[in-house]
Ligand binder design. Structure first.
Ligand code: SF4
Length: 436
């Protein structure tokens, strides 16, 4: 019977990894990946609940997908963080949905899909366990994929005042290092050259139930044959050890780019957010890393308009951006999330003020990003080619070790290769190159 399956993924890299795992499980059931929902017998929406808008987006997408249920009897399933947060309420708001499964129930997907398709049952799986998954089975990868994610830990115990993640992803759980290393080795055998290790807070890997520290795991990953580039995300500054800093001086294949979310440049706001580090501590990590790896670049996350944020607090966020000179930062207006401490804080900042601050922050960041990108012109860099450019058929695209996107022309198929290119031009978030 099976047929084809289509997955729409919202949100973070961890959701992308989960979707690739879901497709791997569906393939084992006999489903083939579908290019669009139009041709799918099973449609999964893997959701994100990090901001208010995320929920609305889910319902409007589901509204557009229900036609496929009418036309071809497609089974519609909703997974991920909104599913975990809202649970069976989704059935009330979208009665054409067949399956609702939370972040700890991916392993049960085959059984739930079979029941929904076989007996026409409405099925939900929302329990949360200490161990969220067995992670059995390999993730689905498109032919010739050169880079892949590997989740090393899930959940978070930090409960930052604005964040819903601990409520929808559960408590921290570190996968056994043997399991992670086996998965990376299998990816290398499948031709993957770059792995990105994932976790809400990879720096606390192994602290609670794992069998080794994150730096120890990272060193072992860096020694796996066939893997030429290693990256990891997300790091929490409060758990960034000197041992982890030294890894950047030891392994060339550990890429010189780090995503280090600051969220704010003001100690007063960091305190209210419950981030457990100060601006000076944050800057000391940046300084130590630049000592062991002078070519390292940074990216970050920022929230503007956190309850109680004064203009002076905001100025300190801007000055932190100028001091670190991030290659890029992801910035958002504070959005109250149900069940989080900050949602109940009295001194909420007016939306208009949030909008103005976001515009100011992003224009500062865009100026710095362009200056950083322009400083690459004339340099020769190594690019791992991910494939043809989506925007220009004559071009290929890939990333530098510092995670910058480079587009360039090539006479032959260079997908999956390391190519040295000379940077000839710079744009707001990408570079143009000429193969050397
Ligand atoms: S560290 Fe804070 S912001 Fe990050 S996932 Fe955990 S609670 Fe959320």
């Amino acid at each position: 019977m099976p047929g084809k399956a289509y997955i729409h993924t919202f949100g973070c890299q961890m959701n992308e990894y989960d979707s690739a795992r879901m497709m791997g499980l569906l393939q084992k059931m006999g489903f083939d990946p579908a290019g669009s929902p139009e041709e799918a017998d099973v449609i999964i929406v893997n959701t994100c609940s990090v901001r208010e808008k995320a929920e609305q987006k889910v319902y409007s997408l589901l509204g557009r997908l229900k036609v496929h249920k009418k036309r071809r009897g497609a089974t519609i399933a909703v997974g991920g963080c909104v599913a975990q947060q809202l649970g069976e309420k989704i059935f009330e708001k979208a009665p054409y949905v067949d399956v609702v499964f939370g972040t700890h129930n991916i392993d049960r997907l085959p059984e739930m899909i079979s029941r929904a398709r076989g007996e026409g049952e409405r099925v939900s799986g929302l329990e949360m366990w200490e161990r969220p998954s067995t992670f059995e089975g390999d993730q689905y990868l498109e032919e010739g994929t050169v880079k892949a994610y590997v989740t090393i830990m899930t959940g978070c115990d930090n409960f930052c005042a604005y964040c819903i993640v601990p409520l929808v992803r559960g408590r921290e759980y570190s996968r056994p290092s043997r399991e992670v290393l086996d998965e990376v080795r299998r990816l290398a055998e499948r031709g993957v050259k770059e792995v990105i290790l994932l976790g809400q807070n990879v720096n606390s890997y192994g602290k609670k139930n794992g069998d080794c520290s994150f730096p120890h795991l990272l060193r072992q990953v860096c020694r796996i044959d066939g893997i030429e580039r290693v990256r990891f995300v997300t790091s929490h500054p409060k758990d960034f050890s000197d041992d982890l800093v030294s890894c950047f001086g030891e392994f060339e294949k550990l890429c010189p780019h780090l995503h280090l979310p600051a969220q704010s440049g003001s100690d007063r706001i960091l305190e209210r957010m419950g981030r457990k580090y100060t601006r000076d501590h944050y800057l000391s990590i940046v300084e130590k890393l630049r000592k062991v790896r002078p070519d390292i670049t940074f990216s970050s996350d920022f929230i503007v308009g956190f309850p109680g944020e004064t203009d002076e607090d905001f100025r300190q966020t801007l000055s932190l951006i100028e001091e670190v000179r991030y290659d890029i930062s992801f910035s958002f207006r504070y959005s109250p999330r149900p069940g989080t401490r900050a949602a109940g804080f009295e001194d909420q900042v007016p939306e208009e003020v949030k909008r103005e601050r976001l515009i100011e922050l992003q224009s500062l960041q865009n100026r710095i990003t362009l200056e950083n990108y322009r400083s690459m012109v004339g340099k020769k860099v190594e690019v791992l080619v991910e494939g043809p450019s989506k925007r220009d058929d004559n071009k290929y695209t890939g990333r530098t070790p510092c995670n910058k996107v480079v587009n360039f022309e090539a006479r032959e198929d260079v997908k999956g290769q390391f190519i040295t290119v000379e940077i000839v031009d710079a744009f707001s978030h990408s570079l143009a190159g000429r193969p050397v």
